[in-house]
Design a protein around this ligand. Structure first.
Ligand code: F0G
Length: 467
């Protein structure tokens, strides 16, 4: 552990295993290979030790004992307990030495009510769980603390990822905390300055490749075959175990009564898979009695999962050439599509796609509720509106949007939006003008005079009075 030693005991009951999602081959957890040695498909972490004669139990504890233990840890200054991920370590794979944990005190993110957005979508109980309030500004930190700790335990000197920006920022930070080197592959010109600058500051070796995210992923797959480098993309099953804890935190916040709906943006589909896995496990462990419906929203221009569900019933992946201003989810061949399909089926969730103008409007509405997020996160609200119109989400049902990234990740998008430049010269220019103008707040350049400013104030009060 980088900051302070902890004396968490090794858990005795919960030896986790890695199981292939396709052929079912099983092996003991280890930190070296993220794919099935037999068939090459993705692995997932399973916990055979949870099955006991008294029912499903993590670390031998029943549901009420787990709830009490996790609640008590909130007052502790032990580094593992302060982390919103490791606080739930009974439902995570155990390290052989807890001092290998790398933590920036991730997780413990807030849940906010969204009254204005609720009115816009037509639902009475709307909340946001803001994963953009993590240490590097995105949900990736919850998975990174877990997978990077396994990299350290495995003795790796180098970790690597392909990224649309947030994974690379997070990986670079966690690697730096542990004295590991990090290699970042990003699509040239397709990630935001905020995210790129983070990777640089945290000391990553950063390569901007002349391709898209999917191309970066292909190159990296080859690099990790040839070099002793540990892959930290969300195909890494330990990433998803850490990301599960956002769902556990959410359930704890709602006093273990699951909301009716949880809505997640879909890119490479690791996050939706992780959250769904958590909901199913919490039900197995009797921490909740009903499951929320987990729905996944994609940008129209990066809609591989939506097409896969609608055109093949989830049987065969339809890859797309991805194009969206929500650069975080500009992904055409999502690696975790099979896991996401399974979660959709198990929880009864839906898929939906949203246009660029719908994303921009939703982002401004989330901002106007005083919360803010990056464009990829705003697909959740845009998608919710469509799910309400379709009748899939009912007016009186409770809904939680998972906001994945901080507003400050992509200030360029926000500035262009408010200046009215976002869709200039695009086919959506006219539509954007009629739909978005009322939400735009361009900065004004004025003479330095109190009179001028007072006039602006009076005008604002006339055109937009607030109660
Ligand atoms: N929202 C944000 C802000 C993201 O950065 C990402 C993915 C997603 C949503 C989609 O999550 O891939 O688990 O379905 N960003 C990755 C990256 C791909 O490299 O930062 P997903």
């Amino acid at each position: 552990m980088t900051d302070q030693a902890v004396s968490a005991p090794k858990l005795e009951t919960d030896v986790s295993q890695l199981r292939c999602i396709a052929c079912g081959a099983v092996r003991e957890s280890d930190a070296t290979n993220v794919r099935c040695a037999q068939c090459g498909d993705l692995l997932e972490v399973v916990y055979p030790g949870w099955k006991t004669s008294a029912g499903m139990r993590a670390a031998g504890l029943d549901a009420s004992a787990l709830k009490e233990l996790w609640r008590q840890r909130r007052t502790s200054y032990n580094a593992l307990d302060e982390s919103g991920v490791w606080r739930f370590r009974e439902v995570l794979p155990a390290l052989s030495d807890w001092n290998h944990v790398i933590t920036l005190r991730e997780g413990n993110t807030p849940v906010y009510e969204l009254p204005g957005c609720g009115r816009a979508a037509g639902v009475q109980q709307l909340y946001a769980k803001h994963q953009g309030m993590n240490p590097t500004g995105s949900f990736k930190d919850t998975g990174m603390t877990s997978a990077a700790s396994f990299a350290r335990e495995g003795g790796f000197r180098w970790v690597a990822c392909a990224s649309t920006g947030n994974t690379s920022a997070s990986m670079a930070a966690y690697a730096a905390r542990a004295g590991m080197r990090s290699l970042v592959l990003i699509p040239q010109g397709q990630i935001t300055w905020g995210k790129l600058s983070q990777a640089l500051d945290y000391g990553a070796v950063t390569c901007q490749l002349k391709t898209d995210f999917d191309g970066c992923m292909r190159v990296l797959d080859e690099v990790v075959q040839r070099m002793p480098v540990y892959l930290l993309n969300s195909v890494n099953p330990y990433r998803l175990e850490g990301q599960k804890t956002a769902a556990v935190e959410l359930l704890e916040r709602f006093d273990w009564q699951a909301p009716d709906h949880v809505i997640v943006p879909g890119g490479n589909l690791g996050n939706s898979s992780a959250l769904g896995k958590a909901f199913l496990e919490m039900k197995d462990l009797a921490l909740i009695s009903t499951l929320p419906k987990l729905s996944v929203i994609q940008a129209e221009g990066a809609n591989a999962l939506v097409r896969t569900i609608r055109e093949t019933g989830g049987k065969k992946l339809i890859s797309v050439h991805a194009e969206t201003m929500a650069t975080a989810i500009r992904i055409g061949t999502p690696a975790s599509w099979k896991k996401a399909v399974r979660v959709l089926e198990a929880t009864g969730g839906a898929v939906e796609q949203v246009s660029e103008v719908e994303i921009a409007l939703a982002k401004a509405e989330i901002g106007a509720d005083g919360i803010g997020c990056e464009p990829a996160s705003a697909v959740t609200l845009a998608g919710l509106k469509k799910l309400v119109k379709r009748g899939f989400v009912k007016k009186n049902e409770s809904v939680v949007l998972i906001l994945t990234g901080n507003l400050l990740k992509d200030p360029d998008f926000t500035l262009k939006f408010h200046r009215g430049d976002l869709f200039a010269g695009t086919p959506q220019e006219e539509e954007a003008e009629s739909v978005l103008t009322p939400r735009q707040r361009a900065p004004m350049v004025l003479d330095a005079s109190a009179n001028t400013v007072v006039k602006v104030l009076e005008h604002a009060e006339r055109v937009e009075p607030r109660e």
